[in-house]
Ligand binder design. Structure first.
Ligand code: ADP
Length: 594
């Protein structure tokens, strides 16, 4: 128990340190400005009751000797009241200037880490959960900067409290317990309520993610269409409403408890205030205080009580923001890709996979089960096999995106684990089955894979010709046409989007191109046509095409048949047909299409 508490404490200190580091890096002006203003406000606030006491004393006994001091004190009092107001306006202006910058810095930090994260860990639901929470902490809560503001307000409140206790104590030490006593229940109430809120919020995190998922389905055009036509919108709504009612009910209970405790706390605070007025009156009537001191003492006491209450509120708020800060910084402990040290040399001979195994996080069995494969430079390889046989996983391991659990993947003997990934990825082009529809222009959609050639018209035209999309480009009004309905552009059919994705993959100047079921939305004949043409045109490049349809296999140099994570057959179309095994079985099943 003690160890866990110590670990939590160490983590909190570390994360608060990160917060300071980040704000110092992103917005130093804000940090130093806030620090300066906190000190100014603190000093001014404490000075006020002292000045009020002096002014009252002098006013009752004004002579030619002390008139100058009297007016000086009045001037200082005006300064004490006015300067913090000016400071807060200046700070607001700095905050406006900094806010956009500051939040985008936190966002960039998140983005940069996401860019380095090990790709296979993105298949792990826990990592995705951490990612989403960090994003929410940054975009929804602005956690880091708010927590830091909290720290400053707390520091200022502590400064004011300590000095005001000294001032109040100078009038009478009997006035101190009343103020301090009202603070303790207030702090306890705040911490307890905040703890309960956080506990409920954490317990609800799974349900909230589900609600967010359902909500996104309500807003995505594909699911909206399907929901409407298939008539399951009501079912979705019911699921969302049930989850929402349950979470709101739990939150309501917590807030009601907090409200009840808050009432008790307010009564205690008022009682303490009344007791202190009584003490001050008693002192006034018995000569312990003069009138000026009585007024100053009440003002100091009110200030002390207010600051203590503020401190209590901010400690509660701090624990709430810390919860988000924790979620934000937790993300940065997710495993990043371990980049190798060796510079990648473009392969000239072959890619070899030797006894490769791969298992997804949380899975109980290997998805690749001892794969041996050799792909020669310039070879066109087609990987076939039933769904779930490991084709996509193999393609990810082959390109070094997923690290094999055991075995090796080598490019001319260079193990991918030892290579700098940037150089390796530069030499590979991947078109996956879940490619993205970018709501950009057609030109950007094609050239984004090698953006420096975006004005290379010849290269764009050649690429489009390979996937037979010149007509499509013409019909939508050319390369500058905005694609996608979301921003008022032209929408394409599933097959047309696939052509755009293949063109994007082809446009990239790489030695190896991997197409993972890129033509599944095309009819088999169109698919056969495009892929055969594609193989004819990418001579010199090495290609790996993953497909569950075997039509393309006749044009391949090598066919790899996968089953249950293993390569069960490997050879040319004729060789494998002659064998009468797995491939010939699939071929016969699908032959009627061609
Ligand atoms: P294919 O491309 O041949 O359809 P995959 O490579 O996608 O096959 O999947 C191979 C195996 O790995 C399947 O058993 C599948 O259930 C499993 N698998 C795929 N993705 C994941 C994942 N993210 N987490 C756990 N298991 C997965």
């Amino acid at each position: 128990m003690k160890r866990i508490a110590m670990e939590k404490q160490d983590k909190a200190i570390k994360y608060i340190g990160y917060c300071f580091e980040d704000i110092l890096r992103f917005t130093p002006l804000m940090l130093w400005g806030k620090l300066l203003i906190s000190i100014v406000e603190g000093v001014m606030a404490v000075w006020q009751p002292i000045l009020i006491a002096d002014i009252c004393e002098l006013a009752s006994n004004l002579t030619a000797m002390n008139t100058e001091i009297f007016y000086k004190n009045v001037l200082f009092l005006c300064l004490c009241i006015g300067l913090p107001a000016v400071c807060s306006v200046v700070m607001k202006a700095v905050a406006i200037y900094n806010d956009c910058k500051k939040e985008s810095c936190y966002g960039w930090k998140l983005f940069e880490h996401a860019q380095k994260i090990r790709l296979e860990t993105l298949e792990d639901s826990q990592v995705l959960d951490t990612f989403q929470k960090a994003d929410a902490a940054y975009s929804g809560q602005m956690a880091g900067s708010r927590m830091l503001s909290c720290i400053f307000i707390m520091a200022e409140a502590v400064l004011i409290c300590v000095s005001t206790i000294y001032v109040v104590g100078r009038f009478s030490i009997w006035l101190i317990p009343g103020a301090v006593l009202s603070f303790i229940p207030h702090l306890a109430v705040n911490l307890l309520s905040e703890k309960q809120r956080t506990a409920v919020y954490r317990a609800q995190s799974g349900v909230r993610r589900r609600m967010q998922y359902l909500w996104e389905r309500f807003c995505k055009k594909e699911s909206v269409k399907e929901m409407r036509t298939m008539g399951f919108g009501g079912y979705f709504k019911k699921m969302w409403v049930e989850a929402n009612v349950a979470t709101m009910h739990e939150l309501e209970e917590v807030e009601l408890k907090a409200l009840k405790l808050g009432c008790l706390d307010a009564s205690l605070k008022n009682a303490c205030y009344a007791v202190n007025i009584a003490i001050a009156l008693f002192l006034l009537l018995n000569g312990g205080l003069v009138v000026g001191q009585f007024a100053a003492c009440l003002s100091a006491f009110a200030l002390l009580q207010n600051e203590l209450m503020k401190l209590g509120d901010k400690i509660g708020e701090f624990s709430n923001y810390y919860h988000y800060v924790e979620e934000y910084y937790d993300f940065f402990s997710t495993e990043t890709e371990q980049d190798g040290q060796e510079e990648y040399r473009p392969f000239e001979k072959e890619i070899t996979l030797n006894q490769v195994h791969f298992r997804y996080c949380g899975s109980e069995k290997d998805s690749l089960n001892g794969v041996n494969l050799r792909i020669k430079k310039g070879e066109h390889v087609v990987i076939v096999g039933v769904n779930g046989s490991g084709k996509t996983t193999l393609s990810k391991v082959l390109m070094g995106a997923y690290r094999a659990s055991s075995g090796s993947v080598c490019y001319d003997g260079q193990n991918v684990n030892d290579l700098r990934k940037e150089g390796l990825y530069r030499d590979i082009s991947m078109v996956s089955q879940d490619f993205v529809h970018y709501n950009f222009t057609l030109r950007e959609n094609i050239c984004i894979s090698d953006i420096k050639y975006r004005e290379d018209e010849k290269r764009i035209q050649e690429t489009m010709a390979t996937v037979e999309m010149e007509e499509l480009a013409e019909s939508i009004g050319g390369l500058e046409c905005q694609l996608g309905r979301e921003f008022g552009g032209k929408e394409l059919s599933g097959g047309e989007w696939q052509k755009v994705a293949i063109a994007r993959g082809l446009f990239r100047d790489s030695r190896l191109i991997i197409l993972d079921e890129p033509t599944s939305a095309l009819d088999p004949l169109m698919e056969y046509d495009i892929l055969t043409k594609f193989l004819g045109l990418i001579k010199g490049k090495t290609s790996v095409i993953i497909s569950h349809r075997v039509g393309i296999c006749r044009s391949a140099d090598k066919i790899v048949v996968m089953k249950e994570g293993r390569v069960v057959e490997c050879g040319t179309h004729e060789e494998l047909l002659g064998k009468g095994g797995e491939y010939s079985h699939i071929w016969e099943e699908q032959a009627k299409w061609y």
